[in-house]
Design a protein around this ligand. Structure first.
Ligand SMILES: O=C(O)CCc1cccc(O)c1O
Ligand SMILES: [Fe+2]
Length: 320
């Protein structure tokens, strides 16, 4: 019952507004190395913990967590569009098992995912449907949010289920560390924006383009040091990476207020990493390595990459 973990930051700005060539190439190397590890491991099941940016989940019903029993990627920015290869019956069993562990989770037979999920799948597997994949949405932008601790416990409950499947499993966490791109908030929205946050599925191409153009313009302003966006916080990011590697339960002490204050409003995407590490921790002690970290203002992201495996199995190859 082997398990591996890959966690990566995502950014839809890759390919639209890039940092210096050497940084871009280093990220590409890190991404390619991660993909090689995944392809060599050849998982029988992938579980991807991902946020959403008001593309698939809205305030008409905003769950803290949702397991996909079927899912389609909308293809925002340059991310791939199309169906994920979701094993629906297994997703349903997973949801039942998580609920039985006292973690309340929603189930969707029509989940829409955005770049927050699709980019990780493309980078790590080369497509959306190369391996059976169960997407697990974690609300990371739409307050009120569950606690960070709850993401760890969700991950743990999922990990306990996975360890009983006997499958060769890969868990993925997809999200930024410190960052705050321009995402509207319901509390301060006018009627039109509020409607978009409550029930804004399937926008027109014009509306989508306008939104993407706003993000790109914001990235340019941020990299130029103009505008008043929340700064990236490399010290905070590095402390978090250390915690994930060495003392996962310590994340329980991080309040949502402190995450917003220190990392910015989208830093809540770290809960995808916390859940992935929670799943791995259900298999016992693990060894994690930090493959990359750098604050990349052009991408509005504290950008990191880690992989990990159970301590006992860190050097074993693919097992059949
Ligand atoms: O389109 C959006 O709403 C936000 C896009 C976005 C920008 C920078 C970093 C991210 O992690 C991210 O998701
Ligand atoms: Fe994001």
């Amino acid at each position: 019952m082997p398990i591996r973990l890959e966690c990566l930051s995502h950014t839809p700005l890759q390919g639209y507004f890039d940092p210096a060539q050497e940084v871009r190439m280093e990220v590409e190397r890190v991404q390619a190395a991660a993909r090689e590890r995944v392809l060599a491991y050849d998982p029988e099941l992938v579980v991807v913990f991902a946020p959403d940016h008001y593309n698939g989940f809205f305030y008409d019903v905003m769950p803290p967590f949702c397991i996909g029993a079927a899912a389609n990627s909308i293809g925002d920015y340059k991310s791939l569009a199309g169906p994920l290869a979701v094993p629906g019956a297994l997703s349903r069993e997973l949801a039942a098992s998580v609920l039985a562990a006292d973690i309340d989770v929603a189930l969707s037979y029509r989940m829409q995912v955005d770049h927050g999920c699709a980019q990780a799948l493309e980078v790590l597997t080369g497509g959306l449907d190369r391996f059976p994949v169960i997407p697990v949405f974690i609300n990371s932008v739409a307050p009120p949010l569950a606690t960070l601790r709850r993401s760890r416990l969700l991950g743990e409950a999922i990990g306990r289920f996975l360890s009983c499947t006997g499958k060769r499993v890969l868990v993925i966490g997809s999200g930024g560390m410190s960052h705050e791109p321009p995402v509207p908030e319901l509390a301060s929205a006018d009627a039109e924006v509020a409607e978009r946050l409550i029930d804004g599925r399937n926008p027109t191409p014009e509306a989508r383009n306008a939104r993407q153009a706003r993000t790109i313009a914001a990235a340019k302003a941020f990299a130029a040091g103009t505008g008043n966006m929340h700064p990236l916080n490399p010290e905070w990011d590095r402390a978090l990476l250390e915690r994930l590697a060495c003392e996962l339960p310590a994340v329980d002490g991080m309040t949502n207020e402190a995450i917003t204050r220190d990392g910015g409003k989208s830093a809540h995407e770290i809960r995808t990493w916390v859940a992935a590490f929670g799943a791995l921790s259900a298999y016992g002690p693990y060894r994690a390595s930090l493959d990359f970290y750098r604050p990349i203002p052009e991408w509005i992201a504290g950008f990191g990459a880690m992989h990990a495996a159970p301590a006992a199995a860190a050097s074993t190859k693919k097992e059949h």
